[in-house]
Design a protein around this ligand. Structure first.
Ligand SMILES: CC(=O)SCCNC(=O)CCNC(=O)[C@H](O)C(C)(C)COP(=O)(O)OP(=O)(O)OC[C@H]1O[C@@H](n2cnc3c(N)ncnc32)[C@H](O)[C@@H]1OP(=O)(O)O
Ligand SMILES: O=C([O-])CC(=O)C(=O)O
Length: 383
């Protein structure tokens, strides 16, 4: 095999077909089941988008009402799950809490070995309902606060925010959060979704696929970037904010640091989701003064400099970092919020992979030592 035949990172390799979403790098567009993501974000609630990803069509009124009733009834994880989560070390990252929670929910599920489409979609709905409860409890635990139980009179987004803060925030904040959930829900064969498909391809169970996907999302080159963006913006702020950004960036690039929230494997001329999310960031910061105005000045300055110096555009994690920060979410909770949304896309892919399965098993080109004899014991154990 020639070195030029090897596609490290599977760059540019098409490994399968999908009907779930289309990421078009030529037009910088993203559609879920044929609908532009911007239109879904503007017109639909997150529950409708989840249904669309799972079933291929938007729900009618009866289907949506049924989905809402079922989701609201499933929000509380079992006592066994809660008690094990309560024994995790205080220092553990919230993504580890979530990964463990999904694994425990799977262990607690008597239908775990039943992996037909209907069971997989029931498990998907179960996680859609339960993960916000786990995330909100973790957000409060970090602040020394008791969890707030789910409120079945509230929709998915409002209930999550109420469980975090004890009150539903202003409508523009709820909307910004819900739009972020719609935009994060699905993105074809990204690393975490591909991970879920690899696990499913061995005919493993639903929760194993989602647990593995959470592990893949945690890394800062993927979902973990939304946390890294906020750490970076704070670092620049500590050095003087927008005015210090040129010097900060020159130093970071000289140190060959990756600038978090910029660049993308597929989009090379801008992430289709960024304008929508940025509009909501601007709506929740409109007229702000002081620290928020400074944050926005740094945000704009860095985006301008990155385009000028590196020709790189922001990806979705760039605006979501500050949106979540301004909502009052702790930075280590940002990627768990991404999980609460992406679990819908992952589960749609688990179902699609199972429906036309082929074991995913690429080849490698060996570059280690050539074949050699194992030294005898006496020779091997010298020294
Ligand atoms: C929701 C999401 O998961 S979106 C992605 C979130 N991740 C990030 O924001 C992390 C920062 N960005 C990156 O690391 C990259 O842009 C990735 C991983 C997203 C995409 O990477 P790839 O398509 O593999 O591009 P690759 O890493 O090969 O970069 C190509 C060149 O651009 C540079 N580059 C790409 N992104 C960045 C960046 N954010 N900062 C600095 N340089 C960058 C690389 O250093 C490389 O330069 P070189 O050719 O001189 O070595
Ligand atoms: O598609 C990717 O590689 C990363 C991404 O933007 C996502 O998963 O939303």
């Amino acid at each position: 095999m020639n070195a030029s035949d090897i596609r490290r990172g599977l760059t540019g390799v098409v490994v399968d077909t999908t009907e779930i979403s289309r990421v078009d790098h030529e037009t910088n567009s993203l559609t879920y089941r044929g609908y532009a993501v911007q239109d879904l974000a503007a017109q639909c609630c997150f529950e409708e988008v989840a249904w669309l990803l799972w079933h291929g069509e938007l729900p009618n009124a009866t289907e949506l009402a049924d989905l809402r009733v079922r989701e609201r009834a499933l929000r509380l994880p079992g006592r066994g799950v809660q008690s094990v989560l309560g024994r995790l070390p205080d220092s553990c990252h919230p993504m580890d809490v979530l990964r463990t929670a999904v694994s425990l929910i799977g262990a607690d599920d008597p239908t775990e070995e039943l992996d037909d489409r209907d069971h997989d979609l029931t498990k998907a709905l179960d996680l859609l309902a339960k993960l916000p409860t786990v995330v909100a409890a973790e957000q409060r635990r970090r602040r020394g606060l008791d969890p707030i139980p789910p409120d079945p009179s509230l929709g998915w987004a409002e209930n999550f925010l109420q469980m975090c803060f004890g009150a539903v925030p202003a409508p523009e904040v709820v909307r910004a959060f819900e739009v972020s959930m719609v935009l994060y829900a699905e993105h074809s064969f990204n690393a975490s979704t591909f991970t879920a498909r690899v696990v499913t391809s061995t005919l493993s169970d639903f929760h194993s696929a989602i647990t593995a996907a959470i592990g893949a999302l945690k890394g800062p080159l993927h979902g973990g970037a939304n946390e890294a963006v906020m750490h970076m913006l704070r670092e620049i702020h500590a050095e003087g904010g927008a005015e210090a950004a040129p010097v900060w960036l020159a130093r970071a690039l000289a140190d060959r640091r990756k600038i978090m929230g910029f660049g993308h494997r597929v989009y090379k001329n801008g992430d289709s989701r960024v304008p929508t999310m940025t509009a909501h960031l601007r709506s929740i910061t409109a007229g702000a003064e002081g620290a928020t105005a400074d944050l926005m000045a740094t945000y704009d300055a860095l985006a301008e400099l990155m385009l000028e110096r590196k020709g790189l555009h922001p990806n979705l994690d760039y605006p979501t970092g500050p949106v979540y920060d301004l909502m009052g979410i702790d930075i280590p909770m940002f990627t768990p919020l991404f999980v609460m949304s992406r679990v819908t896309g992952w589960s749609a892919h688990v179902v699609e992979q199972r429906a036309a399965n082929a074991l995913i098993r690429p080849l490698s080109s060996y570059t280690g030592p050539s074949t050699r004899a194992v030294p005898r014991g006496a020779e091997r154990l010298v020294g």
